[in-house]
Write a protein that binds this ligand. Structure first.
Ligand code: PEP
Length: 247
């Protein structure tokens, strides 16, 4: 039985006060799911302080594909480790689209993150055009394959996978439970062919317009092990309700 996991991705929103608001809201919430929040880099230090002695973990929204050096503006996995991060989101569709990150770049980030003992949260997902062309399976498996080719299948034993259909992110139009489960199942089936133990153990999160009113139905699906939450992670009450739905 896989543990449910809920991760909040604030994107370029929020501030240190929002960490405190989440801490207080979650302190009043009974939950059994694993929970993490991923504020922007500059709030990680304050967040580490505010979340000490809580059961809310800290994550980052990205990491460099290099260990150190002349990479102005980038943040290394070692730095994130020092700020108390447990998780690092990599391959988010916004970065793939806006920063032209390729699946090979994402695989290098995966390497860097794991090298520092952090858990990569690998995002995969198709655009609406790709879905309409019937390419969903090929796209998401292709994005996953790039990491497996670089790191080996066993590396996924210490990672989290997030299926985030691009057309559902920030649009208010979540995938239906059937659509999400279908893709999660196909990802797990592909993994099964590589390594059954890894496939069974891997937490696969769904992300894309998860809200308190659709979370429970999504999380009840056999292959959906929690959520990667964007917009609703900016509202402590809504986020706590989603965490409860996973608990
Ligand atoms: C995300 O950015 O990863 C995300 C899932 O956003 P939203 O929940 O707002 O769709």
């Amino acid at each position: 039985m896989r543990q449910k996991l809920v991760i909040g991705n604030w994107k370029m929103n929020g501030n240190a006060d929002l960490v405190v608001a989440h801490r207080e809201q979650l302190a009043d919430t009974a939950f059994t799911a694993e929970v993490a929040i991923c504020p922007p880099f500059v709030y990680l230090h304050a967040a580490q302080h505010h979340l000490a002695d809580t059961n809310v973990a800290l994550g980052a929204q990205d990491a460099s594909d290099h260990a150190e050096g002349a990479y102005t503006g980038q943040i290394s996995a070692q730095m994130l480790h020092e700020q108390g991060c447990k998780y690092v989101i990599i391959g988010h569709s916004e970065r793939r689209a806006m920063c032209a990150e390729t699946s090979e770049d994402v695989a290098e980030k995966f390497v860097q993150v794991q090298a520092k003992g952090l858990i990569p949260v690998l995002c995969v997902g198709e655009t609406l055009f790709q879905r309409e062309q019937g390419q969903t399976q090929d796209v998401v498996v292709g994005q996953l394959k790039a990491v497996v080719a670089r790191c080996g299948i066993k590396a996924l034993a210490k990672a989290v996978l997030a299926y985030e259909p691009v057309w559902a992110i920030g649009t208010g139009k979540a995938a239906s439970t059937e659509q999400a489960q279908e893709v999660h199942q196909s990802l797990r089936q592909w993994l099964h062919k590589q390594d059954a133990e890894v496939a069974e153990g891997l937490q696969i999160l769904y992300g894309g317009s998860v809200k308190p009113d659709n979370a429970a139905a999504l999380f009840s699906q056999k292959d959906i092990d929690g959520g990667l939450i964007g917009g609703a992670a900016l509202q402590p009450e809504a986020f706590a309700a989603i965490v409860q739905a996973a608990s």
